[in-house]
Design a protein around this ligand. Sequence first.
Ligand code: C2E
Ligand code: MG
Ligand code: MG
Ligand code: MG
Length: 283
Amino acid sequence: RAKATGTNEICFYDMSMDRQARERNALAMEMRSGLERGEFELVYQQQNNVKSGEIIGFEALLRWNHPSRGRVPPSEFIPIAEKTGFILKLGAWVIEEACREAASWTRPLRLAVNVAPQQLAKDNLPGLVGEILERTGLPPQRLELEITESGIVADQQHALQIIRQLKALGVKIAMDDYGTGYSSLSTLQLFPFDKIKIDRAFIDEVVTSRQSAAIVHSTLILAASLDIPVLAEGVENAEQLDFLLDAGCEGVQGFYYGKPLARAEVDALVRGPRPVTATVPVG
Ligand code: C2E
Ligand code: MG
Ligand code: MG
Ligand code: MG
């Protein structure tokens, strides 16, 4: 049987372990050397204003270019990184790399970065983020940390304290995957979110399922009365976009506007002819 020896250590295994568990352990070890060898990469997916279609920002998404396995998707390695505690080191690399990239854009677009539950549980997150902002020169208001409900259920008071410290830096906080959690409504009651991202699961069926449409509608009404802007994830076609425009959703992200792009492609997109302005996009 697999036996964890501590949160910061890789699991040991014996011959009785199944193939899947051995595979997980192999990945866990390869991740450490992979980070040092530069195998990790961030790609960036645009976020758009629903009314104008304009780019309002990008979400950084992690990719692992493994030398023999090819591109390993985050759904395969993030859970392992979380289990072994490596997510702390990997997550810190993500924040720094993404902030450095966004600081180089000539347009003041927002940068969204995913933060894992364990990163939020650590007291040093506000300190780390503060240092990174200083080192990279990214204005704090341009950084938006995306957290999921699973990141705040364990110790709500502690999570709230960390979130308040992050907000005191000027950083924005978005609730990711809204609607999929255990009690999204009570989470909204307690936490001062700057944005709600409706999960792709609801947008997928928003024009085909009465239930999904009702959930999206009521989320938008709730968010409007709480004065929190909403962004819909996973918009893939014009029908979904029309629905969201009619329903009063502010932002969208999805393959309709673009798949995640490599850094060089983003650079080409944001270093275009538009003039540099001092304003930060809303929504
Ligand atoms: P997420 O934060 O909810 O990110 C959105 C995911 O939906 C991304 O998958 C994105 O590629 C995908 N997506 C966006 N638009 C569409 C669409 O129109 N159709 C479809 N089918 N998919 C769309 P990705 O990049 O595979 O990431 C999956 C998850 O892995 C993320 O979900 C996030 O929870 C996690 N993740 C990714 N990067 C990081 C990271 O740097 N740190 C942490 N802690 N988690 C990360
Ligand atoms: Mg996200
Ligand atoms: Mg999401
Ligand atoms: Mg998701």
